[in-house]
Design a protein. Structure first.
Length: 394
């Protein structure tokens, strides 16, 4: 037997009720992400008027019974003017300083705006670690669920003041996609300064695309790189990527502008709707499948491929034939078959230094050679996700 162990646990996640923009009002729970360019400017910091308009639109949606988790960019941009900065900094330390100043300002504005509706807001700052480590993941979910049950609006942002390059989501579009998985949302709404996905640059005659049902619908679509205000890190590329992540994980997404939010929440067909396709996953599995930066590769024999892919079993050292890369325990790695086809990703339990001496050995033999603390799977089924088969990346 080349692989074994426990079967992966699959949480009971129900299908979304959203089949198009007109269904937004039926959502039990939505994650709404708003970009920096919709809330701030380089000269004026936070636009109180734009933020209040967004809050009013969100509150009308909540009044109809929809729980809302708000993923808000703008902390770094809000901190630029107070620190005398004229543009978004490129170095991590200055970004952290701007976020530390701007985060409090941003939340204060949200607190005042929602207070006008007798609604309490809360700040939830996350890093990648909070959505990939099991105890952190559970605590984050528990906190958000309790806030929602108490009638509060969680305002989520990446913890930019402490996040390093190695543990960053990279932008709040990706954070919003994983948050939607975390809270089992019915849909993800991505609000920016663009009213929809276009098949080309809008100023060059590009036409809006009302619906994306499959990856083939994106062929030939030209995507931009940055928001026009220059204060964000995303752009259309990361928004489409975030929408595809959620859609591939059973959660539909809508992409439109913040100025169109009120119309969308009223059920009008605005923006671009990304149809849900795959089965639902938790945020941790979605990160591992789509966003994790793999540190190495485990090559396994055909028996292990069958066990991991078909029977969803844990990977044991007996089925591994090769190790490449440098990694530590809990780092993400690819699992590839003899021909180099990648079948899964997982969090490895051993480092790249200690693993080679274990290859091809049974668990009993490993324990005899290395001790009882080595009596564990190389990649546990609960820490593994199957991916679409494809060639391994260099």
């Amino acid at each position: 037997m080349n692989a074994g162990g426990s079967d992966a646990r699959t949480p009971g996640l129900t299908a979304s009720v959203l089949t198009g923009q007109a269904d937004i009002g039926r959502a039990r729970r939505l994650v709404i992400k708003v970009g920096s360019s919709s809330l701030t400017t380089l000269d004026g910091g936070i636009s109180v008027e734009a933020l209040q308009r967004l809050v009013d639109d969100v509150q009308r949606l909540r009044a109809r019974g929809t729980d809302v988790v708000l993923v808000s960019s703008g902390a770094i941009a809000a901190g630029l003017a107070p620190l005398g900065l004229s543009a978004r900094p490129h170095d991590l330390a200055t970004q952290q300083a701007a976020a530390a100043v701007g985060q409090g300002m941003l939340l204060a504005h949200y607190t005042r705006a929602f207070a006008a509706h007798a609604t309490t807001v809360s700040q939830v700052l996350l890093t990648v670690e909070d959505l990939i480590r099991r105890t952190h993941y559970t605590n984050a979910l528990r906190a958000v669920e309790k806030l929602l049950s108490l009638g509060a609006v969680p305002v989520v942002n990446e913890n930019d003041a402490v996040a390093t390059h190695e543990i960053r989501f990279g932008d709040n579009d990706r954070l919003a996609a994983l948050t939607a998985n975390l809270v089992r949302a019915d849909g993800l709404v991505l609000l920016s300064d663009v009213d929809a996905l276009h098949d080309g640059p809008p100023d060059e005659g590009g036409r809006p695309i009302p619906r994306i049902d499959d990856a083939v619908d994106l062929r030939g679509v030209t995507l931009g790189r940055r928001g026009k205000a220059g204060v964000g890190t995303g752009g259309m590329v990361t928004k489409v990527e975030a929408a595809r992540i959620t859609a591939d994980n059973g959660i539909p997404a809508v992409l439109t502008s913040a100025s169109q939010a009120g119309r969308l929440f009223a059920g009008e067909t605005v923006g671009t709707f990304f149809t849900a396709r795959g089965r639902r996953r938790g945020a941790r599995s979605a990160w591992l499948a789509h966003l994790a930066h793999v540190k190495g590769r485990l090559t396994v024999d055909d028996g292990a491929v069958a066990a991991v892919v078909d029977r969803r079993r844990s990977l044991l050292a007996a089925g591994i034939t090769g190790v490449t890369g440098e990694f530590e325990p809990s780092d993400p790695v690819e699992i590839a078959g003899p021909d180099g086809t990648v079948h899964a990703r997982g969090l490895v339990a051993f480092s790249s230094v200690e693993l080679p001496g274990m290859l091809g050995r049974s668990t009993t033999e490993i324990v005899r050679l290395y001790g009882e603390d080595h009596q564990r799977e190389v990649v546990h089924a609960d820490d593994m996700v199957r991916v679409a088969a494809g060639p391994a990346e260099d």
